[in-house]
Design a protein around this ligand. Structure first.
Ligand code: TMP
Ligand code: MG
Length: 300
C-alpha cells in the first residue's frame, strides 16, 4: 500500500490499521472520511452490517464456520436426505457466489435459484419454531473475536446498528440473543420464517433478500432510514460485493466508510474489493479494525 507521510502520521492514531490483514486503495480518502466522521460526532453515526461471514467468523482452526442457513442445514431438524440436497446446493452455488470471473448480472438469477431452492427444502422439513434456540445453542456458529466490544460500544453510545442479512433472521437473532448482544439499538432486515398457528414453518415472509438485491431491500425500508435521517454518516461492514448496496436507502448521506472482509479466494478477488471497499480485511477473523475505527470516530 502506498503511504504518504501525512497519512502515516494520521494512521499512527489507529495502530491496528498497520495489521498485515489491512489493505486500502486510497488511504488519503480513508483519512478524509474518518476525520469528517469524527468531527461530526457519534450522534450523526449509524452502522449497517451484513451478518454471515461479516459479524460471524468465516473459519475457526482451519474449519469453515456455519452461516445462518448452515446452522439449520447441519442441525438435527433436517433429514439426512434433505441435508444431502442442501449440501449439493451449497457445493453448486457457493463457488458461483465467489467467482470473480462472472458478472453480477450473470450470477443474480443463479443466486435467486439457490435461495429459492434452499428455502423450499427448509419448508418441507416442518421445522418447529421452539426448536430453533436449541439448534443455535448446539451449533458451531461463532461471532468474530471482539464482537462483544463492538455491540456494547454501539449500545453505550446509542448508535443504531442495522444488521442487513440475506441469511435467516430468526436464526441470526437467536445467535446474537444467546451471545447477549441483541441490544435495543440493534435492528435486523433479513429473511424471516413464517410459522403456522402450531409453530410449524410453512413459508418465508415477504420479499426474498438474496446476496444481490440488498439495494431493493434497503429501498423497501424507507421508514427505518427516515427515522435515522439525522444520522448522515455511515459505517458499512460487509463481506460480499452485494453488501455495498446496504446503505442505498440512507437519507442525506454525508460520509460512508465501507469495510469489507475478504475471506475466501483472496488473490483472485483482491482488486475488485479494493476498488469498491475503502478498507479491506484479508483473512482477518476479528472485529479489531471496526472496533478501532469506532473508537476513533466516537472519540472513546
Ligand atoms: P449474509 O447476507 O448475512 O451474508 O447471508 C448470505 C450468505 O448465506 C451468503 O454468503 C450465502 C449463504 N447461504 C448459505 O450458506 N446457504 C444457503 O442455503 C443460502 C441460500 C445462502
Ligand atoms: Mg455475508
Amino acid at each position: 500500500m502506498a503511504w504518504c507521510v501525512f497519512c502515516f502520521v494520521f494512521f499512527s492514531q489507529i495502530p491496528v490499521l498497520s495489521k498485515s490483514s489491512v489493505n486500502m486503495r486510497d488511504p488519503k480518502r480513508v483519512e478524509q472520511i474518518l476525520t469528517s466522521m469524527r468531527n461530526a460526532g457519534p450522534s450523526t453515526l449509524q452502522v449497517i452490517s451484513d451478518f454471515d461471514m461479516t459479524l460471524t467468523r468465516f473459519a475457526y482452526n482451519g474449519k469453515r464456520c456455519p452461516t445462518s442457513h448452515n446452522i439449520l442445514d447441519n442441525s438435527k431438524l433436517i433429514s439426512e436426505d434433505c441435508k444431502a440436497k442442501l449440501k449439493n446446493l451449497l457445493d453448486t452455488y457457493y463457488p458461483i457466489e465467489i467467482d470473480s470471473t462472472r458478472s453480477v448480472e450473470e450470477k443474480l438469477p443463479l443466486m435467486v435459484e439457490w435461495w429459492t431452492k434452499a428455502h423450499e427444502l427448509l419448508v418441507q422439513q416442518k421445522i418447529i419454531k421452539d426448536h430453533l434456540a436449541l439448534v443455535v445453542r448446539e451449533s458451531e456458529a461463532m461471532l468474530r473475536d471482539g464482537y462483544q466490544q463492538f455491540f456494547d460500544h454501539l449500545h453505550q453510545l446509542s448508535v443504531p446498528l442495522l444488521i442487513f442479512s440475506a441469511g435467516i433472521g430468526d436464526v441470526l437473532e437467536e445467535v446474537i440473543r444467546q451471545a447477549g448482544v441483541f441490544h435495543p439499538n440493534v435492528k435486523v432486515f433479513s429473511n424471516y420464517m413464517d410459522f403456522d398457528e402450531s409453530g410449524v414453518l410453512q413459508a418465508f415472509k415477504g420479499e426474498l433478500i438474496h446476496i444481490y438485491n440488498k439495494r431493493e431491500g434497503a429501498l423497501l425500508n424507507t421508514e427505518h432510514f427516515k427515522e435515522l435521517q439525522s444520522r448522515c454518516n455511515v459505517l458499512l461492514l460487509g463481506d460480499s460485493l452485494g453488501d455495498l448496496n446496504m446503505a442505498d436507502g440512507v437519507m442525506d448521506l454525508q460520509n460512508i466508510l465501507k469495510i469489507g472482509y475478504l475471506n475466501d479466494k483472496v488473490d483472485e478477488r483482491r482488486q475488485s474489493y479494493l476498488n469498491s471497499y475503502d478498507i479491506i480485511l484479508e483473512k482477518d477473523e476479528t472485529m479489531d479494525v471496526p472496533n478501532a475505527i469506532l473508537r476513533y470516530i466516537t472519540g472513546q
